[in-house]
Design a protein around this ligand. Structure first.
Ligand SMILES: [Zn+2]
Length: 160
């Protein structure tokens, strides 16, 4: 009998002119980009937090401090790889993850196939177990005003 656990992640990053826009491990072409200590990949950050939460291993900021110069500008794929290692060291495997990105522009949908492929490789989890959804916020709030991007993730993990 498997032991199932569930986790949840939420994150926000500001969008500003002159920054790269990394999302789901790929770089989007856009005049604005996400601001953060790392590469500010909001989708990867919520996946990390949901996985860590499911395993009750604190959160992304606990493991990779935004005060630590070691993580300045770091590729979030490296952080996700590290989280997968932590998880598997505890005897967990990923069942599936389900995510939603909230972004007014640019459109996320054309990039979902590439993001899933990228995340599947980084996590060593089958693409069929990685769901990425996208929504605008109908021009409402900080997402609607194109001031930021947010994301949510739920993750199911289990012990083998
Ligand atoms: Zn973040």
């Amino acid at each position: 009998m498997s032991n199932f656990r569930i986790g949840f992640g939420y994150d926000v990053h500001q969008l500003q002119l002159g920054y790269d826009f990394w999302l789901g491990g790929i770089k989007l072409e856009h005049e604005k980009g996400a601001v953060g200590h790392s590469d500010a990949d909001v989708l990867i950050h919520v996946i990390c937090d949901a996985l860590l939460g499911a395993a009750n291993l604190r959160d992304i900021g606990y493991h990779f401090s935004d005060k630590d110069p070691k993580y300045k500008g770091i590729d979030s794929k490296i952080l996700l790889k590290e989280v997968m290692l932590l998880l598997r060291n505890e005897g967990y495997e990923v069942g599936n993850i389900d995510t939603t990105v909230c972004l007014q522009i640019p459109k996320v949908n054309p990039h979902i196939v590439a993001m899933k492929k990228c995340l599947s490789e980084v996590m060593e989890v089958e693409e069929r177990n990685i769901s990425i959804k996208a929504t605008t916020t109908e021009n409402l709030g900080f997402v609607g005003r194109e001031e930021g991007v947010s994301a949510y993730c739920v993750a199911l993990i289990y012990t083998i």
